[in-house]
Design a protein around this ligand. Structure first.
Ligand SMILES: Nc1nc2c([nH]c(=O)n2[C@H]2C[C@H](O)[C@@H](COP(=O)(O)OP(=O)(O)OP(=O)(O)O)O2)c(=O)[nH]1
Length: 281
C-alpha cells in the first residue's frame, strides 16, 4: 500500500496553523477544480472535498474525500466513494508544536484497484498528483497563515456555568439579527485579548468574567478579521448575565448546542465548545 509523507515547518502558533489547514480557500488553492461542501470558511467533520486527478492530458478523473476527524492536532479525510483511481485513500494531517514553530506532517496512503498495473499507476498518477497537491497546499498554507497572523482580532468567550455555555442572540445588522454568537468583540489597540473580553462582557452582559484557556482553532471572519475563543467562567456566580445589547441570552447544555442558529464562523467551534462542557466539573 503506497504511503506518502511530507512535512512542513511554519513559524506560527498551532491554533493559527489549525485554522489554515481547515481553510476552504487553502483547499481551493490546491487545484483549479478543487472544491468543498463546507458551509463556513473552515472544514468540519462530514464535509466533502472534490478534486480532479489528471489522467492523461485533457482527461481528468473526479475524486471525492470526506473529512472524518477534526481536532486541535489536525484532521483526517478518507475516500468518500470508491472510484476508478483508488479503492481506499486516507489523508492524515498532524500538527505538533516545536521550539521552531508548528510542524505539519501529511501522511497519505491509498490502495489502487488495478492489480499489478496499479503499481505503475501509483507512480505515474497518484504519487505525482498527491505530491503536486501537497506542494500547492504548502504554498497556500504559508500565505494564509501570514494573513491570519497579521489579521485584526475579535475575541469570543465560551462562558461555562453549571454545565451550560452562554449564547447571545444578535439584534443587528438585519441579516444577522436573530442568530446566535458567543459574547465578545473587537480587540482595541493596545488591549490584551483578556482585557477586551472582560470589557466586552461588562458592556454586553453586565457581568464580570474570568478568562481561561483557548478553545478551538483561530476562526477566519469576514473583512479579514480572525476570532480567538477563550473558555471563561463568571467571576461571581450570583451576578447572572443579562442581554444589554442583544435580543436574548441563553444558557445552553452540550446536547442542545447544535440546535441554535449560530453565525456561520461559529459552526466550526461547536465541537470544541461541546467538549469544553463535557470536560467541565
Ligand atoms: N462577539 C462575537 N462576534 C462574532 C462571533 N462570530 C462572528 O462571526 N462574530 C463577528 C460578528 C462581528 O462582525 C465581529 C465582532 O465584532 P463586534 O462585536 O465589535 O462587532 P459588532 O458588529 O457586534 O459591533 P459594532 O462594533 O459594529 O458595533 O465578529 C462570535 O461568536 N462572537
Amino acid at each position: 500500500m503506497p504511503v506518502l509523507r511530507s512535512t512542513l515547518l511554519v513559524d506560527a502558533p498551532i491554533r493559527t496553523v489549525a485554522a489554515a489547514v481547515r481553510d476552504v480557500a487553502v483547499v481551493r488553492a490546491t487545484g483549479p477544480r478543487a472544491g468543498t461542501t463546507a458551509r463556513g470558511d473552515l472544514l468540519c467533520t462530514g464535509d466533502v472535498l472534490s478534486f480532479q486527478v489528471p489522467l492523461v492530458p485533457g482527461v481528468r478523473v473526479p475524486m471525492r474525500t470526506k473529512i472524518v476527524r477534526v481536532d486541535d492536532t489536525g484532521l483526517a479525510s478518507e475516500l468518500a466513494s470508491s472510484d476508478q483511481l483508488v479503492r481506499e485513500l486516507r489523508h492524515d494531517i498532524t500538527l505538533a508544536e516545536t521550539g521552531a514553530g508548528t510542524l505539519v506532517t501529511d501522511s497519505v496512503h491509498w490502495v489502487s484497484p488495478w492489480g499489478p498495473l496499479g503499481s505503475v499507476a501509483d507512480v505515474l498518477l497518484m504519487r505525482r498528483f498527491v505530491l503536486r497537491l501537497l506542494r500547492r497546499r504548502g504554498a497556500a498554507l504559508r500565505s494564509r497563515i501570514a494573513e491570519l497572523v497579521a489579521a485584526p482580532v475579535v475575541v469570543a468567550a465560551a462562558i461555562v456555568h453549571k454545565g451550560h455555555v452562554l449564547a447571545q442572540q444578535r439584534s443587528y445588522p438585519e441579516h444577522l439579527a436573530g442568530r446566535w454568537e458567543l459574547p465578545g468583540g473587537r480587540v482595541e489597540a493596545g488591549e490584551t485579548d483578556e482585557a477586551a473580553l472582560v470589557r466586552e462582557c461588562v458592556e454586553e452582559l453586565g457581568a464580570r468574567i474570568r478568562v481561561g484557556e483557548r478553545v478551538g482553532p483561530d476562526v477566519p471572519l469576514p473583512k479579514g478579521y480572525v476570532m480567538r475563543t477563550y473558555a471563561a467562567t463568571l467571576a461571581d456566580g450570583d451576578e447572572l448575565p443579562e442581554a444589554l445589547e442583544h435580543l436574548a441570552v441563553e444558557w445552553v447544555p452540550a446536547d442542545r448546542i447544535a440546535e441554535l442558529d449560530w453565525l456561520d464562523p461559529d459552526i466550526a467551534l461547536l465541537p470544541d465548545i461541546g467538549e469544553l462542557l463535557t470536560a467541565a466539573p
